[in-house]
Structure formats: C-alpha cells, structure tokens
Design a protein around this ligand. Sequence first.
Ligand SMILES: [Zn+2]
Length: 432
Amino acid sequence: MDRKKPHIYEFHLHLYGCFTAQDLYEQGQLLGEFPRWEWFASEYEAAWGKFPTWYWDKKNGLEILTSEVTLTQPASFAQFQSAFNLSIALFPAVPEDQTPARIALERIRAQGVYYAELRMVIPFYFSHAQAQIFLRTLAGAFSSACTENFQPRLVISLPQGPPSALEQQYSWVREAMAQDSTVAAMLVALDFCGDEEPHPPLEKQDFFQRAHADNLKSGQPLRFYYHVGECFSKIGMQNAIRRIWQTHRLGVDRLSHASALAIPPASYLGHSIQETVQERLSHIEFLLESADWLRESGCVYSLDELRKEQETLGEKDPAEILARVISAHEVEQTHALQQAVVARLRAEEAVIESCPSSNWILSGISRLEDHPLPALLRSGLCVVMSSDDPGIFQTDYEKEEAFCREKLGMSEEELQRLRENGDFIFHVITNG
Ligand SMILES: [Zn+2]
C-alpha cells in the first residue's frame, strides 16, 4: 500500500447522486424516449418555474443538461430534489440490474477514493421478493467492485414514513442480511434522508429502540446515520438544533450535515418561519426538560412564560401552523442554544458529516462566510468531510478541499484534521 498518498474516505454519498451530467446524457441517448420524462419535467417545472429542455435533440444538449440539473449556486431543497429526479427517471431501479450501481461505483473509484459508503433507497413500489433480489443485486455489484485500493460499502436509506413502510423495509433489510452473506458483508448501515422538515426525529423513537435491540441480538450490527439540521427553512433554526440533539439521543452513529449547529443565527434575522403547534410544543417540552443543563451553558429563558405558552397551545389543533418572523431576541436565544448543544455533543463525541458544496447550495445561506463547516470544525466537534452528490454538485473529495481552502478560507492544518478524522472514523468502523 502506498502510504505517501493519504487515503480518501467518502462517508456520505448517495448512489444516484454520483452520476455525472455525461452519464445522464448518454443514458438518455441510449434510451431514446423514457416514460418518466413527464414526471421529471412536471416536478422540475414546479420547483424552478420553467420546463426543462429535451436535451437529446440539441447540438449542445450536454451543456444545457449540465446547466439545468447540476447545481453550483444556492437552491431550495425542492429544486435540488427535482434535479436529482432526472437520475431516477433515467435509471429506474430494476431488481436484478447492476448497471446503476456499477456506473456510480466506477465514478467514485476513478476519483481515487479508498473507502466509500453509498446510500440507496429501496423503491417504495417494490414487493418483498423484488426487494430481496434488489438487495442481493446491489451487494453483488459492491462486492465485485472491491479491490485492494477501493472498498465501497452499501447504506440503505429507509423511508421517513409512514411507519408501516419503515418497518417493512427495515425487516426486508434484516432478512436479506440474515440470508445472504454478501449482503451481510456489504450492507453496513441505515440512513434517513429526504425532506427532513415534516418528520421530527422523535417519531422514530420506537424504531430506534427496536433496531438497537436487534443489533445486540442479531450478531450483524448496523450503524445508523441521519440527515438532520440540513434544510430547515420552514421550521427555523431553533427547532433544527433541538432535532439534531434529539437525533443524537436516538443513538445514531453519525449526524449527517447538522449545519444548524454552526451557521450564525443572525443570517436568518427577519426570515419568516412556519412551525406547527405540535413542533412548538415539542420545543417547549424540550426547553422545560433540559432547563438545568441549558442554563449551565448560558441558555436562559423564563420557565413560567414557557408553561403559559404550553397551556395556551395545548388547546389548539396540533397541525395548526404558527408563523413568525425571526427577531433579534430569537437570534440571541438561538445562538445560546447552539452553544449549549454543541458543548454537549462535543462531550458525547458525536460525529458530524459535513458536505461543503452541498451545504453551501442547500443551507439557505447567502454568504460564504456563514458556511457551517469551518465553525463546526473549530468548535472541536469530530467532523468528517464528504461530497454527498458529487455528480449533481460537480465535485469530488479533492474539489471539496479546494472549495474549503479557496472559498471558506480554511487552513491546510484544518484540511489535514478533516482527513485525520476520516482516518479515525475508518479505524472505528473496521476495528469496532
Ligand atoms: Zn446526503
């Protein structure tokens, strides 16, 4: 093994986000027409206010595709999702087809990555039998791609809801692992991703309890990752910070993004947020329960006022939307909450996956100096860096480092620390 060149780890990738614009263009050429174009085009129109171009009869079709479905500037989560949809439309998952996984794995291998974890969903319309074949097919593609210099692993992103779908897919994953040694070797973790705002993490308390118990008794432990505090334009930063803490307490191994821990709250001054009565009640409950440790960290608020608010809200419909504009006072309170939660997470050795380009594009910030990564790292948290959807964001690990150096003003020592954290996490993964 060549020790002069340090290993590159990509702990946070989405398999369908690894296709390049070129891959998408070529796949469209190969297919000619494809049935999901209509779906992609209508979702795209809803998010961007314009229809996408039909790229394959244009002389500069690849260029237009690149400009329409890869992202380099701030965008909303809906816009991102609608761009991502082109991959789903062009590469519909077929249970026994290894092609999408092979293409994605080849792109990551060619970037010089040593260890990569790629997240993939099981299509919601798959039957039990199709899901079993699909998991074996994926694991087979991962296993065949393994070499001395490239170690890819599979992560399944479970549905955020409804609970019955989550339970069903979870049991399918466990079954596939128990029955197939390649699945057991390649599938290393479960993840939650997608639109986080409608899904408070505490909804999954029972699920996590069971999954941790299964880990103890099955002899095939799975790790847990969770996208949280990444996009929170509706619920606002306070709720996002609380949710990060609650997700950590569910016993996850890594918090994906957790940008709300480090973006300066002042960057959202004057923004309007919309939270449900239920969300606000959860937050009040958290503030009341956590009053002691929050106060010790300088987070001060009136318990009497919170109890009064709790009483008033208790009479309302939990689904009712409460709208407010973020005031200077809320900015101050949010800052204190951020500091308190960061201190606890640091003490409890939480691990954060930060994805620089992705966070710049999707966090709702408009100034590079508000980017969460430098502050996350400088706060002493264990942060690893990854590229999330390198195809969509036109990036890879080394380009992410260049972004950190050139756009975020991070030092070589800081980039080195991110790599060392990667080494450390890889060591934890391989040695338990
Ligand atoms: Zn992600």
